[in-house]
Ligand binder design. Structure first.
Ligand code: FES
Length: 125
């Protein structure tokens, strides 16, 4: 199971080498998510319309290794945008992937930018 998680590493905006086109903004439901594949990785893309923000993170929940985060519930914890796993409700920051329930599980996050209606996700390779 560790190998699954090892392929997901947070990418900082300054480190982006490749902007992957994940689809059109209209492909992703408002205040919801969708899942895209990039080189064997499943990436959850979050259209957080209430905040007018977009996020991307690994789709696999590190708790039970289920590919479910794109179907999670989005919300805010104080001012931090977050996603709750639909299975056991672990909450993760969409900004830096930290677990907001105070346990060790965390997730990788990726930069997102919108260019002419296309959703671009930043990767290192
Ligand atoms: S599988 Fe996500 S919280 Fe358990």
């Amino acid at each position: 199971m560790e190998e699954i998680l090892e392929q997901y590493q947070t990418v900082a905006l300054n480190d982006v080498q490749i902007w992957f086109n994940a689809g059109k903004t209209t492909d992703f439901p408002a205040d919801g998510g969708g899942c895209v594949k990039y080189k064997g990785k499943q990436i959850a893309v979050i259209n957080f319309e209430r905040r007018n923000e977009w996020y991307a993170c690994q789709n696999v929940c590190p708790h039970k290794m289920e590919m479910v985060l794109s179907r999670g519930m989005i919300g805010s914890s104080e001012d931090t945008p977050k996603i709750a796993c639909p299975l056991h409700k672990n909450n993760f920051s969409l900004v830096d992937g930290t677990n907001l329930n105070g346990n060790d599980y965390k997730i990788a996050t990726y930069p997102v930018k919108i260019v002419e209606g296309e959703v671009l996700i930043g990767f290192v390779d």
